[in-house]
Ligand binder design. Structure first.
Ligand code: ZN
Length: 300
């Protein structure tokens, strides 16, 4: 029966993945994630979000922003704590081309725990939900935040939900609902192996078509996605989702340390297609006004 629902989900009948057992709870979470994404309506990156409406147009605490050390408050902030970030996740994992990004809903660990974070300026405990990416193209860089007016090649977002809310939909209605970790990737000419990222990027050729999925097996922890960067230095501020409906529900933590990653792996992102069968490139929103918000920097 799992195969049936899996095939339905993946629109892959003839199901070569028939023997892969996906727990029903994980399938339900993937379907809910797709529904949440689609509830915002159709949108694209033709104008880097300038034509998005609602809170995206009227909000005053929008993301991304330029992060400037000179304009940040350098204050004593607790370090960020990661729990179950070193525990292997249930497998298989499913990665999806949802027309806006390559997205992976993150299931519980093999021990049944949810990886999560607290500390920093986070208003509570947050458990991980999903990871996705923003990128540029052959000729342009595509991080969403910039640091000192510098854009990086790729920005990874690890999305977490405040444990006090039951669903993502509910969490987006509250300013303390979500916590997103932003991690910059810098393209390198030399081959750079990244245990965690490689597991995702090696599957990208299988999800070039809109609405396609691929599975990841083997051992992956959420922590491996951080590529061993130092997590003690980061910018943190209150902002929004960077996709419609741009809900102002996010405590952002953007690390100043950058993951160096093979240009050959990053180039795989540029081959993804959106729902119009156009290349899914430059899927980043343009920089938003700070509007007097405090941006904090945690120094070592
Ligand atoms: Zn994002």
């Amino acid at each position: 029966m799992l195969c049936f629902s899996f095939c339905w989900l993946l629109a892959l009948c003839g199901c070569t993945l028939a023997n892969i057992q996906i727990p029903e709870e994980y399938l339900a979470a993937i379907r809910q994630d797709r529904a949440d994404d689609q509830s915002a309506g159709e949108y694209n990156y033709d104008k880097q979000g300038d034509d998005w409406t609602g809170t995206c147009a009227t909000g005053s605490k929008q993301s991304p922003i330029n992060l400037n050390l000179d304009e940040s408050k350098i204050v004593a902030i607790p370090r960020l704590c990661f729990y179950h970030y070193d525990q292997a996740l249930q497998t298989p994992l499913v990665i999806t081309n949802n027309g806006h990004t390559a997205n992976m809903v993150i299931p519980p660990t093999r021990g049944g725990q949810r990886a999560g974070i607290n500390g920093g300026l986070l208003p509570g405990d947050f458990e991980v939900q999903s990871v996705h990416f923003h990128w540029g193209s052959k000729n342009s860089k595509g991080s969403e935040h910039s640091i000192g007016n510098r854009r990086y090649d790729v920005e990874m977002h690890i999305v977490h939900k405040n444990v006090k809310y039951d669903t993502m939909g509910e969490a987006t209605l509250h300013p303390d609902g979500l916590a997103v970790l932003g991690v910059m990737l810098r393209s390198t000419y030399i081959l750079t192996f990244q245990n965690g990222l490689d597991k995702i990027f090696n599957q990208l050729p299988k999800i070039e078509q809109y609405s396609s999925n691929a599975t990841i097996t083997g051992t992956l922890t959420v922590g491996q996605l951080l590529g061993g960067i130092i997590t003690d230095q980061f910018f943190t501020y209150n902002g929004s989702l960077t996709t419609p409906d741009c809900a102002e529900a996010v405590t952002w933590t953007v690390f100043s340390a950058v993951i160096n990653y093979s240009g050959r792996q990053i180039a795989k992102l540029w081959k993804l297609k959106d729902s119009r069968e156009k290349p899914l490139v430059n899927n980043y929103r343009k920089i938003q006004e700070i509007n007097g918000r405090d941006v904090y920097f945690r120094a070592l």
